[in-house]
Ligand binder design. Structure first.
Ligand code: PLP
Length: 360
């Protein structure tokens, strides 16, 4: 068996240890005589898996006690609707910061439920920077301020937490959650689809301050009402049990790596390897402003676009897959999530050097 060096933006690679353990436990979880997929979500075995996953997540992210952790379904795109349904709380307007493709989707969807004020945007420069906080035109009585804290497609990341005063900050953290420590108390709500840094698609994580829930719009489906889900331990409907189990294994793996501060050091080193090379190269370049570059998703361009195909083909021959950039941006994109070992990034940079030497 040969494992690919997988730069997919999502669903993305998982730690090999986690996959091996899941394989070992596939037919019989801890002597229960059942695989996790086959268990009742209300049985003692799964209750334990669920509780441990939540406890480990709370420990890793240092989630304060007044925050609820929900394991839901629907992905971050469903949250684009579920967030306003739950978070408007009688307000008529929500502020959104537009930093790229994922922000645009959030803005469009929220517009079905409320008035959306786009308080700042970096569309003027093709989403290559995060608008500085002092340029934001926030509404005083907004229900919340929404950001996409890591734009997976454009490769932008907030390396600071915006101050929004008493207005709750809501963040789509899908593609960098658990890649670094975050001060959860600075946010009213954090959401993330699991398939980038946490586990299989199908699981959506919501972390929400408890005073903000309980005022969902009457039309809100019960399965998407944070309050109802919080009261039933995310088991109002059958939760995505297998995805929660894998996420739980990933959390244990993260603890073994030394937690989020340690994983952040590792991620800084990986990203630096790639960006340092891009910055000194005359052939490859990064389109994103230095201060706002993502450590997780690194878009880059070849000086001569007509060589894109040859670059991708050569990469595949070396076992490096999913490097093609999103069609909205073009060029290449290397997603280097938590589970990507630094050796994978080294091999990519080595290949880029060789390609540049041959083709530039
Ligand atoms: C991947 C991604 C999404 C989409 O998630 P779905 O699971 O497809 O709903 C939304 N936002 C960001 C930032 C993402 O990276």
């Amino acid at each position: 068996m040969t494992r690919a060096i997988n730069f997919s933006a999502g669903p993305a690679l998982l730690p090999e240890e986690v996959l091996r353990q899941a394989a070992d436990e596939m037919l019989d979880w801890h002597g229960s005589g059942m695989g996790v997929m086959e268990m009742s979500h209300r049985g003692k075995e799964f209750i334990k898996i669920h509780a441990e996953a939540e406890a480990d997540l709370r420990e890793l992210m240092a989630i304060p006690a007044n925050y609820k952790v929900l394991f839901l379904q629907g992905g971050a795109i469903a949250e684009n609707a579920i967030v306003p349904m739950n978070m408007l709380r009688g307000h008529g307007v929500a502020d959104y910061i537009n930093t790229g493709e994922w922000s645009k989707k959030s803005i469009k969807e929220a517009g079905k439920y409320c008035k959306v004020n786009v308080a700042a945007s970096s569309e003027d420069r093709a989403f290559t920077y995060i608008p500085p906080r002092d340029s934001w035109k926030l509404t005083t009585d907004a229900a919340y301020v929404h950001i996409c804290s890591n734009e997976t497609i454009g490769g932008l990341e907030y390396h600071w937490v915006p101050d929004t005063g008493s207005v709750p900050l809501v963040a789509d953290m899908s593609s960098h959650i658990m890649s670094r420590p975050v001060d959860v108390a600075r946010y009213g709500l954090i959401y993330a689809g699991a398939q980038k840094n946490i586990g299989p698609a199908g699981l959506t994580l919501v972390i929400v301050r408890d005073d903000l829930i309980g005022k969902a719009l009457p039309i809100t489906p019960s399965a998407f009402d944070y309050k109802q889900q919080a009261e039933s331990d995310s088991m109002l409907n059958t939760p995505p049990t297998y995805a929660i189990y894998i996420a739980g294994l990933v959390f244990k793996w993260l603890k073994k790596q030394g937690g989020l501060a340690q994983i952040e050091r590792h991620n800084i080193a990986k990203a630096a390897l790639l960006y340092d090379y891009l910055d000194q190269s005359a052939f490859f370049s990064s389109p994103v402003d230095k201060a706002d570059r993502s450590r997780m998703n690194v878009p880059f361009k070849l000086k001569d676009e007509s060589l894109d195909g040859a670059f991708l083909k050569g990469a595949e021959e070396r076992g490096m897959v999913q490097l093609k950039g999103h069609r909205a941006v073009g060029g290449m994109r290397a997603s280097i999530y938590n589970a990507m070992p630094i050796e994978g990034v080294r091999q990519l940079v080595q290949y880029m050097k060789e390609f540049e030497a041959r083709r530039a």
